[in-house]
Design a protein around this ligand. Sequence first.
Ligand SMILES: C[S@@+](CC[C@H](N)C(=O)[O-])C[C@H]1O[C@@H](n2cnc3c(N)ncnc32)[C@H](O)[C@@H]1O
Length: 297
Amino acid sequence: MSEFTDTGERVASQTAETTTATAALAAEDTRKAKHPVALAFQQISLRSSSAAHSTTSNVQSRIMELAWRQKYSQASAYPFEGGMRVPGDDAVRPVNITVEQKQCGEQDGTGTGAVVWNAAHVLASFLCKESQRGTNHILPSSRVCDLGCGTGLTGLLAAKFCTEATVMCTDIGPVLELTLRNVATNSIPNVAVSEYWWGSGTLGKSCFDVILIADCILPKLYPISPLVEALDELLSDSGVCFVSYEHRVWWEYDPREKFRELCEGKGLVVERITEDRLDDLYRGDDLYVWAVKRYTK
Ligand SMILES: C[S@@+](CC[C@H](N)C(=O)[O-])C[C@H]1O[C@@H](n2cnc3c(N)ncnc32)[C@H](O)[C@@H]1O
C-alpha cells in the first residue's frame, strides 16, 4: 500500500507541475501573439499546448486509476457496482454485490483470497460491459466455474447473469468460509462452493463451459502449471475461460509468456481481450484479460 500511496503523491505533484507548466505556456502564447511573427509562433504554441493538454489528461487518468484501485483495499467490505443487460432486458440494469473482505489474510491463515484483487474487479466489469454490448457469455445451459475464487466476487457476478446457470466457486482452505458467507449474504441461490486443488481431478473432466480465473497467476506465490492443468482438466471442448492477470515482474521468467507456453502445450489458445472491450474506468496498463479456448483446426 505504501507503494501505491507514494505513487499517488508523486502523480499528484506531477499534476500540479503540469498545471503550472500549462498556465505558463498559455501566458507565453498571449505575449507572442502580439509579435510581428505571431503567425509562426501560433503554429508552434498550438502544438505545444496540445502536448501539455494530453500530458495533463494522461496524469488525470492515472490518478483515477489509482483511486479505484485503492478505494476499498483496506475496507472490511468491497462493493461492486456494475450494469448488465441480459436477453429480455430493455435497458441496462444495475447490479450490486458486496463481499466481506478480511485484511491480513496472509497472516491469519485465510490466504491471499481474503480480499478482492484489482484483476477481479477488471474481470467483473469486463463481463458487464460485454453484456451491455450484446454478448452474454453465461447462458441458461452454461456450467460455470470460478477457479481460485477467494471472496467469490466474480463467481457471484456470473451467477447474476442467469439464474438457470449454475456457478461453482472453488478455492482451498479457510478462505472458503468467507466465500460461503458472501454467497449467503448476497442471497444468490445458483452458486455452489467447493474445495478444489488445481489439477487434482476431484471436480470431474471437461465439465465447465465458462471458467473464470481472476489474479491467480502469481509465480512468486504459486507455480503456474497446476493452474493450467486445472484449466485443461475442466474446460469443455467448446468452452471459454476468461483470465484476468495483473503483471508483476518475476525474476525467473515473464509470467505472461509462461502462461501462454503452458497453455499451448495443452492445445489451448490464449487471446488478449482488446482495450476497447474492457470497462473505460476499471482497467490499467498492467491489467490484462485473456480468453482461453481449445485449439480447433
Ligand atoms: C490472489 S488470490 C485471487 C482471489 C480472487 N480470484 C480475486 O481475484 O479476488 C489467488 C487465489 O488462488 C487460490 N489458490 C492458490 N493456489 C491454489 C491451488 N493450488 N489450488 C486452488 N486454489 C489455489 C488462493 O487460495 C487464492 O484464493
